[in-house]
Design a protein around this ligand. Structure first.
Ligand code: ASP
Ligand code: MG
Length: 457
């Protein structure tokens, strides 16, 4: 289908997130990382930390005082970097021009905002960080070329969450980007693109990882390096279990499973383009590059039985009991129809002959206490069965491989947890996880105890 083949290059794309380009010193660390590896030829940047949020706030429209304050904060972030550059005159003019644009667009947004205007405004964050960084590299006598990613990142017109055209990207990247790589380091923007009519789009918050992975795929690069503020992916959150160990290599499916269950790791879905084309993704900290990191790839050799523990707090457990369920048909269907009518998505579920226990999926919910239960729903449910609600539970997910085929789970998992009340157990549906529901107050201790049993012996 695709006429242009991938070049299969030895080059690497390095992406630096907002905190990695937050200020001049952080940017200098990034430059050190790039200069330490001659294969890094494509550099994708986020906006400096805080900038996208300020631009989003401006795009929503606000009163004059707020606008002035946001504009000043934006100017301060950029100027703090400009002032540290040796020969800042040329770059100052360019940044001033972008800041003026931002001011003009945000005034327009205060009168009438739109999704297209928002994306146009928000794209200025990545434009500024890349211009400043390219200048910083030049000052360090490095041949760096600033490149507008919109020349090759064609997307749908779904502003705020545009879908990239990967075929076009492949063709255009080979035509416009690839020839440059032998001679220079290309500095370009993550997160932004352009739709058919030429208007700027964005790929969704945090979209710069996605850009880097897409470029890795389009150019057939050797590796995608994601530099962020944590040195890789850990067996569990080190703030809960300080003995958590860094995972050196992890399969994409396992990383995705961890994210699903609440691990605050970078979103694996954004890495998919690289992983599906067999390009490994390295994740490390730009503040501490020598600390190493984690490599995410399609498959790992000898995947371990236990990989990680994840924790999701603020879970609601619903227990439904009805004698009508005894040998009945259609009772589950009735319950689920009702839940779906109330827009409830179920997360975990276990059933016995006359009981159903389930937890609610709060993903995407804006409810602040994590509870999605309304009185209307409870009243309707209670016409079908007895309902019990327990709030403030925590879901502990044990993530691993072939868990459903393993023999030793009883001792290692349940043996270790004998002094805890495990309110619900769900496993067997996926061989990648076993989920335990425990009272919220016990969550940290359960994680620590399980971590000791599964990862420290
Ligand atoms: N600057 C954008 C954001 O904050 C994109 C990114 O950082 O990946 O969402
Ligand atoms: Mg970011």
């Amino acid at each position: 289908m695709c006429a242009v083949s991938s070049p299969n290059s030895q080059y690497v794309v390095a992406k630096f997130g907002g905190t990695s380009v937050a200020d001049f010193d952080a940017m200098n660390n990034c430059a050190d990382i790039i200069l330490a590896n001659a294969n890094v030829r494509v550099v994708v940047l986020s906006a400096s930390s805080g900038v996208t949020n300020l631009l989003v706030a401006l795009a929503a429209g606000c009163d004059n005082d707020k606008r002035e304050s946001y504009l000043k904060q934006l100017r301060d972030i950029q100027y703090a970097i400009i002032e540290r550059l040796n020969d800042a005159n040329v770059i100052r003019e360019e940044i001033d021009r972008l800041l003026e644009n931002i001011e003009m667009l945000s005034e327009a947004a205060s009168l009438a905002t739109s999704e297209a205007l928002t994306d146009e405004l928000v794209s200025h964050g990545e434009m500024m960080s890349t211009l400043l960084f390219a200048e910083l590299l030049r000052q360090r006598n490095t041949d760096a070329e600033w490149f507008d990613i919109r020349r090759i990142m064609r997307t749908s017109a779904h502003f705020g969450k545009a879908e990239p055209d990967t075929l076009q990207l492949h063709i255009l990247a080979i035509e416009h980007l690839h020839p440059r790589l032998n001679n220079t380091i290309v500095i370009t923007q993550g997160f932004i693109g352009r739709e058919e009519k030429g208007r700027t789009t964005t790929l969704g918050r945090g979209g710069s990882d996605y850009t880097a992975a897409l470029l890795g795929e389009a150019l057939g690069l050797q590796r995608v390096d994601i530099w962020t503020d944590v040195p890789g992916i850990y067996t569990t959150d080190p703030r809960i279990a300080p003995t958590a160990k860094r995972i050196n290599t992890i399969a994409f499916d396992e990383a995705a499973e961890m994210a699903t269950f609440g691990a605050k790791i970078l979103h694996p879905a954004t890495l998919l383009p690289a992983v599906r084309s067999g390009i490994p993704v390295f994740v490390g900290s730009s503040k501490d590059p020598l600390a190493g990191g984690t490599v995410v790839c399609d498959k790992t050799e000898n995947p371990p039985l236990f990989r990680a523990l994840a924790l999701r707090r603020k879970q609601t457990l619903l227990t439904l009991h009805s004698l009508k369920m005894l040998h009945a048909r259609g009772f589950l269907a009735e319950v689920f129809t009702l839940l779906s009518r109330h827009n409830i998505s179920v997360d975990l579920i276990t059933t016995s002959e006359v009981n159903i226990a389930l937890t609610l999926d709060t993903t995407g919910s804006t409810s602040t206490n994590g509870s999605l239960l309304t009185n209307a729903l409870l009243t309707e449910l209670s016409t079908l069965c007895c309902v019990e609600v327990e709030e403030n539970m925590a879901l502990v997910a044990i993530i691993g491989n072939e868990l459903s085929k393993s023999k030793g789970l009883g001792k290692e998992v349940f043996g270790a947890l004998e002094s805890f009340n495990i309110r619900m157990i769900s496993g067997g549906a996926s061989s990648h996880n076993i989920c335990l529901l425990v009272p919220g107050k016990d969550a940290e201790q359960v994680i620590q105890t399980l971590h000791r049993s599964l990862f420290e012996i």
